[in-house]
Design a protein around this ligand. Structure first.
Ligand code: GRF
Length: 201
């Protein structure tokens, strides 16, 4: 059984999707801790509702990113985290966490990478006039939204879409592919060769 830690800054709907998929037996894993950099993040409430340890670590209390990440790392270690999931975690991951969780940290991004990295990816895509949008689960490396891609899912843009309705449909797909990617990881079915991630069937 893989021990998972989730880092989240906001509403935590992707966290919820992971919790639900563990609950229904799709994922053979357990979430040992949820960590947030935002004190009132709803993700922390979701964790508590499910009896999961919820930890707020205030970045303002640390003089540097490195020291903040060392604190995050100590909590991850305390909870024996083997896999770290970023789920709407609004900080760029630094060297400390990258080195500790190389090839063991995943992120979900609401665009078809490498297009539309960074913030408000759905609106970036919508404003650009794309006909097909989507989402991506990838390994985290030192390039923002740049690590090897595990899964992607397309979402068609409709004539009457707004950035918000499009983002809602992308989110529905995020809730599917994140658990799918985590399942592949915990079942040891991912092989990374350079930028390419092979899935063992
Ligand atoms: C999602 O759109 C995710 O792709 C992005 O941040 C958002 C987080 O949403 N990285 P939630 O907190 O999981 O509901």
């Amino acid at each position: 059984m893989t021990n998972i830690a989730v880092l989240a800054s906001g509403r935590g709907s992707n966290l919820q999707a992971i919790i639900d998929n563990i609950g229904k037996g799709y994922l053979k894993a357990r979430i040992t801790v949820v960590i947030s950099d935002i004190g009132n993040a709803y993700a922390l409430e979701r964790a508590k509702k499910h009896g999961i340890e919820a930890v707020f670590i205030d970045p303002k209390k640390f003089p540097s990113k490195e020291l903040y990440e060392e604190e995050v790392l100590s909590i991850l270690k305390k909870h024996d985290a083997e896999l770290v999931l970023l789920a709407g975690y609004m900080r760029v991951i630094g060297k400390t966490l990258l080195e500790a969780y190389k090839n063991r940290m995943l992120n979900i991004h609401p665009a078809l990478l490498p297009a539309f990295t960074g913030l408000h990816a759905q609106k970036q895509a919508f404003d650009h006039g794309v006909k097909v949008a989507g989402c991506t689960v990838h390994f985290v490396d030192d390039v923002l939204d740049g690590g090897p891609i595990i899964l992607q899912r397309c979402v068609e843009v409709k004539e009457d879409d707004t950035a918000e309705t499009l983002a809602d449909r992308i989110l529905e797909q995020e809730h599917k592919i994140y658990p799918e990617a985590v399942k592949l990881f915990v079942e040891n079915r991912l092989r990374t060769e350079g930028r390419k991630v092979k899935i063992i069937h």
